[in-house]
Design a protein around this ligand. Structure first.
Ligand code: ADP
Ligand code: ADP
Ligand code: MG
Length: 461
């Protein structure tokens, strides 16, 4: 029997729509909390009910814990899905939900806290026998940083203890850069996370970002659904993701996934989570980066190659069910790729381009999926993240998936706002991408310098 009958969606955009569809599929009602800027959103239309939780600014709406919990309680919800971003990795919010008798669809507040503190997470990874990057504990002074550098060498990275979203990170290539980078990273971390603590990691050059999707349940089972390769990045943020990784052999997959499962088991992890690794293509060694205690933007590529519904599974797990997917030997069917489409102008430094969408025509068909909250006439508000859609394709192998992505992107017609769709087409057409040879620094170092924006008419389309 289901205990969870009505889920409160504490998020917006495509992930809100995704959660509503997953709940409907398993017979669970939804109520969405919307800011005044999102009253006419697709999430508001699709949910069984929408309630206004505050003005457009996130701090007063999507980050307002009390308003969200009050709205969930007053509409008779029994659980809260936080999506990703906003309060998804906020342990105080998870605790506030459970203290008010609402199930939080995610891990315990303790697990969120343990993994959210990245220095602590690295210590937990070491304890679980998971390889970590050479580096430091909390560095409080420039002198500490210099001492660590003398031990591990250059280049290294300053990273924020409470970091996320690729922010608060600085590469340091020589001793004379240490002080300035330390001060800059400290300030950025304080501004972005309200916590200026930093730590150091050796910078792994020509690395790939590879991560393992895990799921744990309340009965002690932990499974994994293979890896995603998210090496196409700009400013340490993912733009394109795929599964399986072109660089991963069955042996590497086994080693990485057992490391991820060990860490999750040590945390008595419940729900969906992702263990992120940096993979050195030269040595084929992998090192733990962090664990994200939520559903990830790129979860659909895993769903496509494993034939699962990770969001529905999150709800079932929160309801006390045993994890039902990924129990047998892992079977990966074909190849999936996702492109994150943003309302931005690549030719103007990726400046956001909010506004009214006149024409919106998304590709449909076998092996094509578009996760979005947009429609013709939708107004993209300027207050939030600029991602407006995810185009996901599934092919029988990688070349087939790349071909399908090119077709899907060519059929995506959007006018009224600028988008990154044409940029993505250029990226996937590049020989390095086609040969599966990209590393996390590739886009900025190799691709961008030679990128010629397409004709104006196409760029606007
Ligand atoms: P994923 O890890 O799922 O690929 P991202 O790192 O791109 O996702 O982050 C997903 C969303 O959450 C983005 O909108 C990003 O800006 C936001 N986000 C991630 N971490 C944080 C954080 N610590 N603080 C604020 N926003 C964050
Ligand atoms: P966030 O919490 O912001 O997602 P991560 O630790 O996951 O931070 O790192 C984000 C990205 O930064 C990685 O995907 C990778 O591209 C880069 N990065 C982080 N740590 C290292 C490292 N030690 N060496 C090389 N690249 C790194
Ligand atoms: Mg990360």
């Amino acid at each position: 029997m289901r205990h969870i009958r009505r889920v409160f969606v504490a998020n917006r955009g495509e992930i809100a729509v995704r959660i509503i569809h997953a709940c409907r599929k398993i017979g669970v009602e939804t109520v969405i909390g919307v800011s005044t800027a999102d009253r006419e959103s697709l999430g508001a239309r699709l949910a069984d009910r929408a309630v206004c939780i505050g003005p457009p600014a996130s701090v007063s709406s999507y980050l307002n814990k009390d308003a969200l919990v009050q709205a969930a309680l007053s509409t008779g919800c029994d659980a809260v899905h936080p999506g990703y971003g906003f309060l998804a990795e906020n342990s105080a919010f998870a605790r506030l939900c459970t203290d008010n008798g609402l199930r939080f669809i995610g891990p315990s507040a303790e697990a969120i806290e343990a993994m959210g503190d990245k220095i602590n997470a690295i210590a937990a990874a070491k304890k679980a026998g998971v390889p970590t990057v050479p580096g430091s504990d909390h560095v409080m002074r420039v002198a500490d940083a210099l001492a660590t550098a003398a031990r591990i060498g250059y280049p290294f990275l300053f990273k924020a203890r409470a970091g996320g979203g690729g922010r608060g990170m600085r590469i340091v290539r020589a001793e004379n850069e240490v002080e300035e980078a330390f001060n800059g990273a400290t300030m950025e971390a304080r501004a972005a996370f309200g916590n200026d603590a930093l730590y150091i990691e050796k910078y792994v050059e020509s690395a790939r970002h590879i991560e393992i999707q895990v799921l744990g349940d309340q009965h002690g089972n932990v499974v994994h659904l293979g890896e995603r390769d998210c090496s196409v990045q700009r400013r340490h943020q993912k733009l394109i993701e795929e599964s399986p990784s072109p660089a991963v052999t069955p042996q590497i997959r086994d080693a990485m996934s057992s490391a991820a499962v060990r860490l999750a088991q040590d945390q008595s992890y419940v729900g969906a989570g992702t263990v992120e690794f940096i993979f050195d293509s030269a040595t084929r060694e992998f090192y733990f980066l962090e664990m994200n205690t939520r559903v990830q933007v790129e979860h659909p590529v895993t769903e496509m190659v494993t034939g699962t519904d990770i969001v529905a599974e999150q709800v079932r797990i929160a309801d006390g069910d045993e994890v039902a997917i990924g129990r047998g030997p892992l079977r990966l069917d074909g190849h999936a790729i996702e492109c994150r489409i943003n309302a931005e102008m690549p030719e103007a430094g990726f400046r956001p381009s909010p506004g009214r969408i006149d024409e919106w025509d998304a590709p449909v068909g076998e092996g094509v999926r578009v996760d979005t909250h947009c429609f013709p006439g939708y107004f993209v508000p300027p207050f939030y993240d600029s991602m407006i859609a995810k185009v996901i394709v599934h092919g029988r192998d990688r070349p087939d998936a790349v071909r399908r992505m090119d077709q899907a992107l060519s059929r995506l017609r959007i006018s009224g706002i600028a988008t990154t769709a044409a940029f993505h087409r250029a990226v996937i057409a590049h020989p390095d991408f086609q040969q599966g040879r990209v590393t996390t620094d590739w886009l900025e170092r190799r691709f961008m310098p030679g990128y010629a924006p397409p004709q104006r008419s196409e760029a606007a389309a």
